[in-house]
Design a protein around this ligand. Structure first.
Ligand code: SF4
Length: 413
């Protein structure tokens, strides 16, 4: 007997929860009940095996994974989740950790504010709840960094509380399911999606179905009802989907009116030297504690909102890098894009043997994994097998090598 058959037999005699006071069992509500059942069954048969999807669900790994998954793809989270929970195996371990260690373990996931908030959340759980993650949405929402979505996800999926969840994926699925006009992120659409999700969750017949339905919504949005072109032929809801019936599945949700992207210019001097044991070392400085990549490490850089045309000599003076020897006067240019910003890098490579480098810190190639650093900067100073300097190597050649290395390491960053 398959899981679905077993489940249907188990749930047959149950009567669904009352839908809404004063509302009859209309064809609308029968359709809603069908949506719930189809999606829950589909999830139980098709859920991806993910390390945090244990039976039963554990609160701490779920909290960590929900935090990591916000605005980050599952494939990337899969690389970081295991090492993170190995390093901080409980709320208490995370609460007691240094922020620098938490940021280092988070490196590669981006949006480092989430790491700081998760850290603060762990501290609050230890202080206010004796290290036990609270089970109600209301209590969860009072913790740092826990919004309505994360609180609903943890309360419902881990603790079986009947709570709705709506994130970008869920909103898109619901909009298409009901052929609801409006662009993603619009406040009216989001409010509508929460109401719609709450109405559907109220129809689940038991905790098991409620969990499977909630996770099914998220899973469907991540794997089938994807942005752009949904895979309707694989969808368990294709027979009840209004967008599909009207041929609107590829056009909903409507595109957001384009927000102007912010441009930032980083003029970077990547200073290296050979350390005592022959290992290459890189000169790093800590970024300020707010804004983009707050508190992360980077090579010395000048940052501005307008492109500066000054040459390397002036840049070395501005960055107080007296004695650093730049081998080539031409900088390598590269662009890094975040969700809202275009970061234009101009990068020079300098031999730092004679560098008067101030308060900054030399870090060996092997030590780069242990510090908090953005993907953008990690891509600039990847560990190398041969010296970076050398008269016969122009910056273009050095950087094409760096890009090849970065691509090779892309899956593990
Ligand atoms: S039928 Fe297509 S558009 Fe509708 S919910 Fe399924 S995947 Fe999304």
């Amino acid at each position: 007997m398959t899981t679905v058959q077993r489940r249907r037999n188990e749930t047959k005699p149950r009567t669904p929860k009352p839908i809404e006071a004063g509302r009859d069992e209309t064809s609308d509500s029968r359709r809603d009940r069908r949506i719930v059942r189809l999606l829950a069954d589909w999830f139980e048969e098709n859920a991806r095996l993910l390390p945090w999807r244990t039976t039963p669900r554990k609160p701490y790994p779920s909290l960590v994974s929900e935090s990591m998954l916000q605005q980050t793809q599952v494939s990337r989270v899969l690389e970081k989740f295991g090492p993170f929970v190995d390093r901080f195996p409980s709320v208490e371990h995370l609460a007691a950790a240094d922020e620098a260690d938490v940021l280092a373990a988070w490196s590669g996931l981006g949006y480092y504010r989430r790491a700081r908030l998760l850290h603060a959340c762990a501290k609050a759980i230890v202080k206010q709840h004796g290290g036990t993650i609270p089970r109600s949405r209301k209590e969860l929402e009072e913790l740092p960094g826990i919004g309505r979505y994360t609180a609903g996800a943890v309360a419902s999926i881990v603790f079986g509380e009947r709570e709705a969840i709506v994130d970008g994926n869920v909103c898109r699925v619901l909009q298409r399911l009901e052929a609801k006009q409006g662009h993603a992120g619009d406040r009216n659409v989001t409010d509508w999606a929460w109401k719609r999700a709450e109405g559907l969750v109220a129809l689940t017949s038991d905790r098991r179905e409620m969990r499977a339905f909630n996770e099914g919504l998220m899973e469907l949005g991540a794997t089938v009802c994807v942005p752009g072109k949904p895979k309707c032929v694989e969808c368990p809801l294709s027979k009840v989907c209004a967008a599909k019936a009207k041929g609107l599945q590829d056009t909903l949700p409507e595109s957001k009116p384009g927000a102007a992207r912010k441009r930032i210019y980083h003029d970077v001097v990547m200073v290296w030297r050979e350390g005592k044991n022959g290992e290459q070392e890189f000169l790093l400085e800590k970024r300020r504690e707010n804004g983009l990549w707050a508190g992360m490490w980077q090579p010395p850089a000048r940052e501005s909102t307008k492109r500066k045309k000054t040459g390397i000599d002036q840049l070395l003076a501005e960055l107080k890098l007296g004695g650093a020897h730049v081998n080539a006067k031409t900088a390598r240019r590269t662009l890094f894009q975040t969700t809202h910003r275009d970061v234009h890098f101009r990068v020079w490579v300098a031999d730092g043997k004679a560098c008067e480098c101030g308060e900054r810190r030399w870090v060996g190639a092997a030590g780069l994994d242990g510090i908090g650093m953005s993907n953008a900067h990690r891509g600039l100073i990847l560990p190398r097998q041969e010296p970076i300097g050398g008269r016969d190597r122009g910056p273009t050649m050095r950087y094409s090598h760096a890009v090849a290395l970065r691509d090779r390491h892309a899956g593990v960053q």
